[in-house]
Design a protein around this ligand. Structure first.
Ligand code: SAM
Length: 263
C-alpha cells in the first residue's frame, strides 16, 4: 500500500512519467480501436490518421493528468513524427543523433524537472528595462543559462556590468561557454545552480519551472544580499507573492516576477 502511494507520488513529481502514461494509454486504446475496426469491417484507417488520433488522445490525457500546455504539442506529435520518420529514407543513426542532441540539451528535464526553453526577445527587452535601473557595474547571474542567448544579449547591452551563467546540460553549457569567449564581461560555468553562491550578485535571474521555486526561494533567502533582486521569468514562488510584476507582453503571457531581498 505504502509502495503504491510512493509510486503515485513519484509519478506526480515527474511530468515525463505522466507523459509516458498518457502515450501508453492512448497507444493501447487507439490500437484496440484499429484492431476492432479491422475485425468488424473491411475498412482500414490510414496509419497516419491512426497516429494523429493517438497523438490527440495522448495530448488530451496529458492535460487531464496535469501536464502543462507545452506538453500538448509534444504528446500530439510524438507518434506521428515516429511514423513520418519510419517512412523516410534517413539512416537510423540520424534518429539516434537527434535523440542524443535533445538529451544533451534537456539534461535537467528528468532530475530537476526543468527542460530547455528560452527567454524570448520580449523578455530580454523587459529585463533590459529593469537592469537600466541598476548601477552601471552591477553583477548578474542566470541560473540555468541554457545556450546563453539571453545572457549574452544582456552582456552586450551592459558592457560595464558583469554577467555569469551556470548550466549543467552538457550541450547547452558548451554552446554558452563558446559564445561567452567573445564577450569579455560574461562568464559561463559548468555548475549546478544548487552549488552556486548567490551572495555576490545584484540580480539573480532564473527561468526554470514550478518544481524548484520553493527550494530556490529558501536558497535566495539564505544567500542573497539585502537589496539585491531575485527575478523569475513566469514561475511563481509558492506563498510568496512577487513585489513587482512586469508583464512581458509576448504570446506566452510571460511575466517577470521580482522580489527584493530584505536585510
Ligand atoms: C528554461 S531554460 C532557461 C534558459 C535561459 N536561462 C533563458 O532564459 O533563455 C532552463 C535551463 O536551466 C538549466 N538547469 C536546470 N536545472 C539546473 C541546475 N540544477 N543547474 C544548472 N542548470 C540547470 C536547464 O538545463 C535549462 O537549460
Amino acid at each position: 500500500m505504502r509502495w503504491g502511494a510512493q509510486m503515485v507520488n513519484r509519478i506526480r513529481q515527474y511530468p515525463a512519467a505522466r507523459a509516458l502514461i498518457a502515450q501508453s494509454v492512448a497507444l493501447v486504446l487507439v490500437g484496440m480501436l484499429v484492431y476492432l475496426t479491422a475485425q468488424l469491417s473491411s475498412w482500414r484507417p490510414p496509419i497516419m490518421a491512426a497516429g494523429l488520433a493517438q497523438g490527440l488522445l495522448a495530448a488530451t490525457l496529458g492535460r487531464y493528468l496535469g501536464l502543462s500546455r507545452w506538453w500538448f504539442g509534444l504528446n500530439l506529435l510524438f507518434v506521428p513524427a515516429l511514423l513520418l520518420g519510419r517512412g523516410s529514407e534517413l539512416p537510423a543513426w540520424v534518429f539516434l543523433l537527434g535523440f542524443v542532441l535533445v538529451l544533451l540539451l534537456n539534461w535537467n528535464s528528468v532530475s530537476e524537472r526543468v527542460p530547455l526553453y528560452l527567454s524570448g526577445a520580449p523578455s530580454r527587452q523587459a529585463l533590459i528595462g529593469l537592469l537600466q535601473q541598476q548601477p552601471a557595474d552591477f553583477r548578474f547571474i542566470d541560473l540555468g543559462c541554457g545556450p546563453g542567448s539571453a545572457l549574452l544579449a544582456l552582456a552586450r547591452q551592459f558592457p560595464q556590468a558583469q554577467f555569469v551563467g551556470v548550466e549543467t546540460a552538457p550541450l547547452s553549457f558548451a554552446l554558452a561557454w563558446l559564445r561567452a569567449l567573445r564577450q569579455p564581461n560574461c562568464l559561463v560555468r559548468l555548475e549546478n545552480l544548487w552549488r552556486t553562491d548567490l551572495s555576490t550578485y545584484d540580480v539573480v535571474y532564473c527561468f526554470l519551472s514550478p518544481a524548484p521555486m520553493a527550494r530556490l526561494w529558501d536558497k535566495a533567502q539564505a544567500q542573497m544580499r539585502p537589496g539585491s533582486l531575485l527575478v523569475s521569468n513566469s514561475f511563481e514562488v509558492p506563498e510568496q507573492p512577487a513585489e513587482q510584476v512586469i508583464e512581458v507582453g509576448d504570446w506566452r503571457g510571460s511575466r517577470l516576477l521580482i522580489w527584493q531581498m530584505q536585510g
